[in-house]
Design a protein around this ligand. Sequence first.
Ligand code: ATP
Length: 253
Amino acid sequence: MKLRVSNITVRLNSTEILKEVSLEIHRGEFVSLLGPNGSGKSTILRTIYGILKPTGGAVYLNGKELNGAGFEEVAKLIGYLPQEQSEANLKVLDVVLLGRTPYIRINPGKDDYALAMKALELVGMENFAHRRFSELSGGEKQKVMLARIFCQNTDFMLLDEPTAHLDVKSQLEILEIVKKMVKAGKSTLISLHDINLAAMFSDRILMIRNGKIIYAGTPEEVIRPDRIEEVFGIRAEVIRHNQRILVIPEVVR
Ligand SMILES: Nc1ncnc2c1ncn2[C@@H]1O[C@H](COP(=O)(O)OP(=O)(O)OP(=O)(O)O)[C@@H](O)[C@H]1O
């Protein structure tokens, strides 16, 4: 399992949003994209999934170019959690079952329902199975959307801000689930805003600014005060505590 993004350039409305971005993700890797608002994190994820077409470069999964592959083929290999949640007027269980779409021929079978319920249990939302998705809170919706990705059971997960809307315990629980899946052989590329969470869970971090990956490496290599200042425009102290990296931003005046 290897995902290779080779020199992709993306132009939207004649503005160059991504500039020759290259990256690789291997089996069993948890890789985070860190960067300020508008730096291009979602655009990278959307381009890998094939929603946006690059004007230059290409995306390869296991050596095969993804551009041109059919939706079903891609959806069996890659699960994509978008930033915005669908407001579909469906029951929670049916939203999760959408993750089984690439595998379902006519109607979902017993196994599909069982996998969807298991995924809901994984995110602690099994009691919400028969509620309307549109009536849930932001965090509850986020967990249901994650359950959908988990029951899609792909080798590769693209997660755009999976912890947005979640309380601190849920943030840790969700990233723990993803980490466990990664340890079991899956891979993930995650866009995150919380530098401390990224440092805690990532094998590697890609720092992006103005549509370019400018630093890449382990959290120890990348999370440094000078780099945080360059990428985010803030001063921060970086401390090591109990083998963890903690970033303490200075108050911006
Ligand atoms: N369809 C579009 N047309 C023109 N510009 C676009 C379009 N979609 C996105 N952009 C711009 O591309 C840039 C990158 O957006 P993107 O959503 O990838 O950033 P991001 O790093 O994910 O930001 P955030 O942290 O705020 O989610 C932004 O400046 C955005 O305004």
